[in-house]
Ligand binder design. Structure first.
Ligand code: BES
Ligand code: ZN
Ligand code: ZN
Length: 495
């Protein structure tokens, strides 16, 4: 996609897109007089009221004019903007329009910060236009939108907008990478393939180094939990290490991502319909890779290490079993009560491994529990951390980019719930009932591995990715499947 900016006199496409608030047409300087007249008449008729998400298509002398509502100006947020840009881009793409001009009046631009608007708008555009359609017949693929121009009224704004677009493009590439990895079918997006995709980053960016440990090396590291989960699969596990050095730091930020390339539940097999969508169980890993790709594209002055334990969770004659006791890399033993609670197991080894880096902070991303989805729905992800400072920082970052997280508790009652009679800890536990508080007991399980043998621990935050994919029909501004949640927030967090 080729996105350019142009100033008002020079727009060069046949399809204009005009944003307006829910009021009389008080700001129409970018429209020609015939257009102004038509828009005024429509507003008067109330066929279009400028409500948030509302779109209308007009034809004026063989040219198209899309109207997009932003709702009330005083209620405008970056989320409103994101959804409006995405919605109209998808409407236009479905009409097979390959070039269009977005008209941005001074009034619209004054409602939010300009650079942020350009950045988020660029990501929203890219998100709206992306489709996972490589398996579809040529005629059924979406059209490629080749040119988008932003029509702005003055040079200063244009300069700021260009800055935002540049960053937005790098972020969008990270987001798209996450979505592609997540959407690819599980028999193709195997642990080995995930490692290959990570290696591609090393080829593209000279600031990235990738190492993928194979089964032998994983054994040598003593990652008994990752090995336990993977043994039911015919595919060997990988432990992928991605290091981005934009600036050498003594204490890097470590990002850990759950990379279960398929979660059948293992011997505790998932019943129908719960196995569906379990190709997305590697979206934690994909989020980490997307963040690192975007960070490298932006040349962030940071040192970031990504750790990805990758394997499949499958039933077989050689699977790990309920009643097994596995030994994690840090020597702690884990009783298996249910093989479907596998994410916390592979993360236990990765969180243990993270100590090697003497990290400033460790953030893990995982499609860890159905319980988090039950609690929050799929428009927000769960955030768990004992550190108020990290929580506040992430809340702020998410708000700036229009993503949503909600803090859920970790604490003594949840930690107690995973204590075990026959091993150090068990992989299932609830407060008051084996399944009560499932998202928090899963988090408390992970927390157990954030201190090393000497009891030294690093600042840690866990993200339960309950909002990382949508059902088939998607939203008006993004198609279904993996949605890239988290990349924008964490780029804001890390910068
Ligand atoms: N990958 C699942 C969690 C999940 C479920 C993510 C649905 C997204 C959508 C995880 O491995 C799992 O199966 N968790 C179990 C834990 C239970 C056995 C304690 C769950 O949530 O039911
Ligand atoms: Zn599972
Ligand atoms: Zn899982």
């Amino acid at each position: 996609m080729n996105i350019t900016t142009k100033i008002v006199e020079k727009y060069s496409t046949d399809s204009k897109i005009f944003f307006l608030f829910e009021d009389a047409l008080t700001d129409a300087s970018l429209l020609e007089s015939a257009e102004k007249k038509a828009v005024k008449a429509i507003i008067k008729s109330k066929d279009f009221e400028g409500k948030n998400g509302e779109t209308l298509l007009l034809y004026l002398e063989e040219k198209r004019l899309f109207l997009v509502g932003l709702g009330k100006k005083e209620e405008m947020t970056i989320r409103t903007w994101k959804h409006a840009v995405g919605t109209v881009a998808m409407v236009a793409q479905k009409k097979k329009i390959t070039a269009c001009s977005f008209l941005l009046s001074k009034k619209v631009l004054s409602s939010l910060e300009v650079v942020q608007m350009a950045k988020t708008g660029t990501v929203a555009l890219s998100n709206a236009l992306y489709a996972f359609d490589e398996f579809k017949d040529k005629e059924d693929k979406v059209v490629e939108v080749k040119k988008v121009e932003w029509i702005l009224e003055d040079e200063k704004v244009k300069k700021e907008f260009n800055t935002g677009i540049k960053s937005g493009k790098a972020i969008a590439e990270g987001v798209e990478f996450t979505r592609m990895l997540g959407n690819t079918p599980p028999t193709q997006m195997t642990p080995e393939m995930l490692a290959k995709e990570a290696k591609k980053l090393e080829k593209t960016f000279d600031t990235i180094r990738v190492k993928a440990l194979g089964k032998k090396q994983i054994e040598a590291e003593g990652m008994g939990c990752l090995l336990g989960v993977s043994r039911g699969s015919v595919l060997p596990p990988r432990f992928i290490i991605v290091e981005y050095v934009g600036k050498k730091e003594k204490n890097p930020t470590v990002l850990v991502g759950k990379g279960i390339t398929y979660d059948s539940g293992g011997l505790s097999l998932k019943p129908d319909p719960y196995m569906k969508d379990m190709k997305f169980d590697m979206l934690g890993a994909a989020t980490v890779l997307g963040i690192i790709k975007a960070a490298a594209g932006l040349k962030l002055k940071r040192h970031i290490v990504g750790l990805i334990p990758a394997c499949e969770n499958m039933p077989s004659g050689d699977s790990f079993r309920p009643d097994d006791i596995l030994t994690a890399m840090n020597g702690k033993t884990v009783l298996i009560e249910n093989t479907d609670a596998e994410g916390r197991l592979v993360l236990a080894d990765a969180l243990s491994y993270a100590h090697k880096y003497n990290p400033k902070e460790v953030i893990d991303f995982a499609t860890l529990t159905g319980a988090c989805m039950v609690a929050l729905g799929n428009e927000r992800s769960g955030m768990f951390t004992p550190e108020d400072e990290l929580a506040e920082k992430l809340n702020k970052s998410a708000e700036i980019v229009g993503e949503q997280v909600w803090r859920l508790p970790v604490g003594e009652e949840y930690s107690k719930a995973v204590k075990c009679e026959v091993a150090d800890i068990k992989n299932l536990g609830g407060v008051g009932h084996p399944r009560f508080g499932g998202a928090s007991t899963a988090a408390a399980f992970l927390q157990f591995f954030t201190s090393d043998k000497k009891g030294k621990s690093y600042p840690w935050m866990h993200i339960d990715l309950s909002s990382c994919y949508y059902g088939e029909s998607g939203k008006s501004y993004i198609r279904g499947g993996a949605n890239g949640f988290g990349v924008e927030s964490f780029i804001e967090y890390l910068k």
